[in-house]
Design a protein around this ligand. Structure first.
Ligand code: NI
Length: 268
């Protein structure tokens, strides 16, 4: 799939779930800024036809290359960063949950979801905006997952789609750092994820990041119960030059660990 087509589809699906992102992007454009995307991120389970190694070929087929692996032991996640064929294109971050590290009851819930997927449907990059590939879970199952892994609970409802876009702060003219971005977000009436601080990372690790708290949407569960759930959030990243004079290409696990919490039910 053509990379521009891929990101056009992703953005349309993402803003349908994340109205705050469109509002923030429009506010920047109204200030005369050009909004460039540093990276997008996806979440998946490490089982069945949607595990990372099954989804990765769709990313590589677009010309991306594996960059670095990342581990998040406390969140039971593994991830890879991918760099694009051209430096003006967004990076991709793909993580997966170590399902085997959850309790037997949580694993059973996840297997009931993943077992509903027809492997033949996982056939091209459009899988990344397909949403849940299974029937809606019950509120009870969602609560069980959330008690062990907010990531698992989120994925059970939202499915495969973009978890966040990321504003490239280096490409902005009137905003120079993450805290200025945080202040704009708050002026627009949205909330910042303050887990791990308002600014994650530092110039010494060559990457600083911030993010909003995820949008909310009312959601009807299989048992008819209706609750607001978190959808997706907007991130902002500022990259620094490495010793060779190139912008840092990777991610910083300690920062990403806290950014994952942008979709947590608690703290929202
Ligand atoms: Ni990110």
């Amino acid at each position: 799939m053509n990379i521009d087509t891929f990101f056009d589809h992703l953005w349309q699906d993402y803003i349908s779930m994340t109205p705050q992102a469109e509002a923030i992007a429009n506010a920047l454009i109204a200030q005369g800024e050009t909004v460039k995307n540093d990276h997008v991120a996806f979440r998946t389970f490490n089982i069945g036809p949607i595990q990372l190694k099954q989804l990765e070929p769709f990313i590589l087929d677009m010309g991306y290359q594996r960059y670095e692996p990342y581990q998040f032991p406390s969140k039971k996640l593994d991830a890879f960063g991918y760099i694009p064929p051209s430096p003006d294109m967004p990076r991709i971050f793909l993580s997966e949950l170590r399902v085997e590290e959850l309790t037997d009851s949580a694993q059973a819930i996840i297997y009931r979801l993943v077992d509903q997927i027809n492997p033949d449907d996982v056939d091209d990059a459009s899988i990344f905006w397909r949403g849940p590939l299974w029937a809606v879970p019950s509120y009870e199952d969602y609560e069980q997952l959330a008690s062990e892994s907010d990531y698992a609970a989120w994925l059970s409802l939202i499915g495969l789609r973009c978890n966040h876009f990321t504003i490239n702060v280096n490409a902005l003219n009137g905003i120079n750092d993450i805290e200025q971005m945080n202040q704009l977000i708050e002026e627009l009436g949205f909330s910042i994820n303050e887990a791990g601080g308002r600014v994650k990372g530092s110039p010494s690790v060559l990457l600083e990041q911030g993010s909003t708290k995820a949008s909310f949407q009312p959601f009807t569960f299989a048992d008819g119960k209706r609750h607001d759930v978190t959808t997706c959030y907007y991130e902002f990243a500022k990259r620094y030059l490495d010793e060779d004079g190139n912008f840092y290409q990777g991610f910083v696990a300690a920062s990403a660990d806290k950014i994952f919490e942008s979709t947590d039910r608690r703290g929202n």
